[in-house]
Design a protein around this ligand. Structure first.
Ligand code: ATP
Ligand code: MG
Length: 492
């Protein structure tokens, strides 16, 4: 067996425990990843030393959680070439244990320390995660995890049905690891997942979210989402996505709504796009089942991007995603239908698109479109169009898009018109911005000062309209349609 390339700070802990007369093994993800040939991203150690005893060996350690896991602080990360940039400051050291009853399907009611390594390995979720290796290369592998790693198989340790009943987070861990490692789940384990899928409802949304992020961010997220669907986990975690299963589209598509979602995600992963683009690619069409009108080749999904963006935001909120994460994915879905044809689309409309989407989101919006086009199975020749659009975006990005870029500011408005601070100042600036968006040449002090004097004379209601409602007429009409659809489908 190959020797693990163990960083010094981990070696020190293993040796420290052995010198003090205890057993110490690397275990779990790091051994698994090493055997697969992947770089371990953290190092977990298991030992027969009790938590107090670990603390005696490493006075600088502390209790990591209420279950007696000890975090050993790592001061000297040593040779960074060996540590290959690892910044871990704490290594988790866990006393051999057998966890027994899980009333809440997540946390063991009681932790029972045990003296044999084999008993600790027996409480672990999957055979590939139940291999232990000492610093001298001794290996304990009572469940043939190494064989399963060779065969690329995910298999529960012991009786799968019992193991998923004990802790339902394992349902997600199994599919997530299947996506990350491109391993298949062994049939008995698979049917136990399906049978116990409902138990996932007892697991906290935060835990599910973390697994889902890893799954979607993995090398093979298509495999993971398809497995979730097949094994009935998707209808619990993302019922909105499940709605698209079997929903056919129209003459522009060869895939169902769900198939298209998964293929789009797959391309986003192949292009190595970030996690926001991946989630947006997966969820961009979830509004389709609820907006479908007609059938066959002529079916339409009018307004699905509005409905879908809202549905996605709600789903991600439910799963306790961070607010910024939700906002970004919402924007990418909301605008994924942006219209773009070389020659037909003006600078003005591109400028408006950039303003609505936000310059910081434009690159990702284009990536969503790219993944989604590829995932439609009938990709039209868009690369040139997208390249041209990128050029247009760059071009218009040099022109003003926010009131901050106007050649006059709020103080000018107040001084020149002799008005007090208040909403009117903002209305005037926004009305001026609207004109400059249409024609950037108007962004000169002379022109803007002349215009602000005229705007000053307008009744306030007209001014508000110019500043806000007039912002984008087309947009306003689309939003109205959206309201109609929302009324039809939304309770809240
Ligand atoms: P990752 O590469 O994501 O860290 P991991 O398998 O190391 O994957 P951890 O959460 O770090 O996952 O857990 C470390 C080890 O603890 C696992 O390899 C497994 O042996 C065990 N383990 C973790 N979660 C569970 C669980 N829910 N049930 C049983 N054993 C678990
Ligand atoms: Mg780990």
């Amino acid at each position: 067996m190959k020797k693990l390339n163990i960083p010094d700070y981990v070696k020190n802990i293993l040796e420290g425990l052995e010198k003090a007369g205890y057993e110490a093994y690397l275990v779990g993800g790091c051994v698994r990843d090493f055997l697969i040939g992947r770089e371990p991203h953290e190092w977990d150690i298991t030992t027969n030393a009790k938590p107090e005893e670990i603390q005696k060996v490493f006075p600088d350690s502390f209790y990591q959680n209420e279950f007696g896991t000890v975090g050993v602080k790592v001061k000297d990360l040593g040779d960074t070439s060996i540590n290959s940039g690892h910044t871990a400051e704490v290594v988790e050291v866990t006393t051999y244990r057998s966890e027994e009853k899980y009333t809440d399907k997540r946390h063991p009611d009681a932790v029972k320390f045990v003296s044999k390594l084999e008993d600790d390995l027996a409480r672990r979720d999957l055979t590939i995660n139940a291999v232990a290796q000492s610093i001298r290369g001794d290996v304990a592998d009572p469940f043939n995890g190494r064989q399963d790693i060779k065969d690329k198989i995910i298999r529960a340790v012991g009786n799968p049905d019992d193991r998923f009943k004990e802790d339902a987070l394992r349902l997600m861990r199994a599919v997530r690891l299947s996506a990350q490692l491109s391993f298949d789940i062994e049939p008995e384990t698979k049917s136990a997942i399906k049978k116990n899928a409902n138990l996932l409802k007892a697991i906290s949304h935060e835990r599910i979210r973390d697994e889902l992020i890893e799954l979607v961010g993995s090398d093979d997220p298509e495999k993971g989402i398809l497995l979730m669907q097949e094994l009935d986990l998707l209808k619990i975690v993302l019922p909105e996505l499940e709605e698209g299963v079997g929903i056919t589209q129209n003459k522009h598509h060869i895939y169902t709504v769900f198939e298209h979602a998964v293929k789009s995600l797959d391309f986003a992963a192949q292009y190595n796009f970030n996690v926001y683009v991946r989630f947006a690619s997966l969820l961009h069409d979830i509004g389709k089942p609820r907006t479908k009108q007609g059938g066959g080749a002529e079916a339409s999904f009018h307004g699905h991007e509005f409905v879908g963006a809202k549905m996605a935001a709600r789903a991600l909120e439910r799963l306790t995603f961070h607010k910024d994460f939700i906002e970004k994915v919402y924007t990418l879905i909301r605008y994924h239908m942006f219209y773009y044809n070389v020659g037909e689309v003006t600078e003005r409309s591109v400028r408006r698109l950039v303003k609505k989407v936000g310059p910081e989101n434009m690159a990702e919006l284009l990536e969503v479109r790219q993944a989604e086009r590829k995932g439609s199975g009938v990709p039209k020749a868009e690369p040139y169009k997208l390249r041209h659009l990128k050029y247009m975006i760059e071009k218009v990005s040099r022109d003003p898009l926010t009131v901050g870029m106007l050649k006059v500011n709020g103080k000018d408005v107040m001084d020149i018109l002799g008005i007090e601070p208040g909403p009117k100042v903002g209305y005037i600036l926004n009305a001026l911005l609207e004109e400059v968006i249409d024609e950037p040449e108007r962004n000169s002090r002379d022109y803007l000062i002349g215009r602000m004097k005229e705007l000053d004379k307008l009744p306030i209601s007209d001014l508000v309209k110019l500043a806000e409602a007039g912002k984008d007429k087309l947009e306003g009409e689309k939003e109205k349609e959206d309201e109609g659809i929302k009324g039809k489908y939304y309770v809240k």
